[in-house]
Ligand binder design. Structure first.
Ligand code: PLP
Length: 390
């Protein structure tokens, strides 16, 4: 079989591999607790489900415009305008099947041999995978207190840099960029007018007070070279619906739409109508989910920090705790594998997010308080037998 050479450069997302293994173990009757994949354990709020059912009954069965139905693009623009205090033109919104697709569009638009694209390390593994798949060089930059830092980014820009990916709140650390750091980044980027920015804001609603999310959309100076990635997966407990979007600068809307036509034609019509209901309907269910994540965060961070050899600081956003496990005497990958196989707790090794993730394990706390307490108790028992201090 002769495959195209660049297929070999395609990476993966360990969270899906761990999920498959956890599900296979569970199917064999093992009691598995999943703190691996970043997926809310809540059901999609009923008014959103109703809107999708109604759309199907009302006959919304056909193709839609590739960039999304006008009602959804308007709802997305209005939501972004309301949350970030800026004007957003609905014509700049390109809807896709999940947030992820905006990353592949950006990699296809900017990537290629000889190009450098900056991405966070540790960071969402799909960044590096898609950059390398495009033929470009993936240039990792370290985080500062778990969030992208202006100095780390700006010092790595070269004449070959075309795109910088920032992610706040960040996966896997939960770190949130401060407004000062964002100002420093925007000021520094003024010296690099040809460099575009992709701001992955998929966790922007999942921020815990007193921290606040600042969107790069608020930076007027970046408007013509900023792509904002967002979507419904995490905020509205809609990972399986596959509904996300990019807010593109004027010059790139047409090419992004052409990519949509080539790659998926349009997003499922009923899901798009559900998206309108999500963004324009009652937001109390979302507020309740965020409050639940905040309560779980407090419990998991405290419990992890008490484990022998483990240190865990409270993240400001997302639903991940990124614990330092260096004191256990085990590598991150060994803990990921052994905890799943031996005590049925699914987590993700920090190294799945880049070389700088070594010494850390990511715990998704998108699971119930009971499950979190049970998982940490199992890990406590395991560390007392197998940890450095055993
Ligand atoms: N960006 C980040 C940082 C993520 O963690 C994820 C999902 O885990 C995505 C994008 C993709 O989201 P979606 O499921 O909407 O494609």
């Amino acid at each position: 079989m002769q495959l195209a050479a660049h297929i070999a450069t395609l990476g993966t997302e360990s969270a899906f591999e761990v999920l498959a293994r956890a599900q296979a173990l569970a199917a064999r009757g093992r009691p598995i607790i999943n703190l691996g994949i970043g997926q809310p354990d809540f059901a999609t709020p009923p008014h959103i489900v109703d809107a999708a059912c109604r759309a199907l009954v009302d006959g919304h069965h056909g193709y839609t415009p590739a960039c999304g139905i006008p009602e959804l693009r308007e709802a997305i623009a209005a939501d972004a305008a309301r949350r970030h205090g800026v004007d957003v033109d609905p014509d700049h919104v390109v809807v896709g099947p999940g947030g992820k697709v905006t990353l592949s569009f950006a990699a296809l638009i900017f990537g290629g041999p000889g190009v450098e694209i900056l991405h966070p390390d540790p960071g969402y593994p799909i960044y590096r995978s898609l950059i390398e798949f495009s033929g470009a060089t993936a240039v990792p930059y370290p985080l500062e207190a778990g969030a992208p830092s202006a100095a780390a980014i700006l010092s790595r820009i070269t004449p070959r840099t075309r795109l910088v990916i920032v992610n706040s709140p960040a996966n896997p650390t939960g770190g949130v960029m401060s407004p000062e750091e964002i100002d420093a980044l925007v000021a520094g980027l003024a010296r690099h007018p040809d460099v575009f920015v992709l701001s992955d804001e998929i966790y922007s609603r999942l921020v815990f007070a007193p921290a606040r999310h600042t969107s790069l959309l608020a930076a007027e100076a970046l408007r013509e070279r900023l792509i904002v990635l967002d979507g419904l997966s995490k905020t509205y407990a809609m990972t399986g619906w596959r509904l996300g979007w990019g807010i593109w600068p004027r010059a790139l809307v047409e090419v992004a739409t052409r990519l949509a036509i080539n790659l998926y034609s349009c997003v499922n019509a009923a899901a798009q109508r559900a998206g309108v209901a999500a963004l324009t309907g009652p937001q109390e269910p979302i507020d309740r989910m965020v409050a639940a994540f905040a309560a779980r965060r407090a419990v998991i961070v405290d419990a992890l920090d008490r484990l022998p050899g483990v240190r865990c600081a409270a993240p400001d956003g997302a639903f991940y705790a990124f614990a330092d496990i260096t004191g256990t005497g085990h590598s991150a990958r060994a803990l990921q594998d052994r905890w799943l196989d031996e005590i049925g707790v699914a987590t993700i090794a920090g190294t799945a997010f880049g070389a700088r993730g070594e010494g850390h394990v990511r715990f998704s706390y998108a699971n119930s308080l009971d499950a979190i307490r049970d998982a940490v108790a199992r890990i406590d028992g395991w560390l007392r037998l197998h940890g450095r201090h055993a």
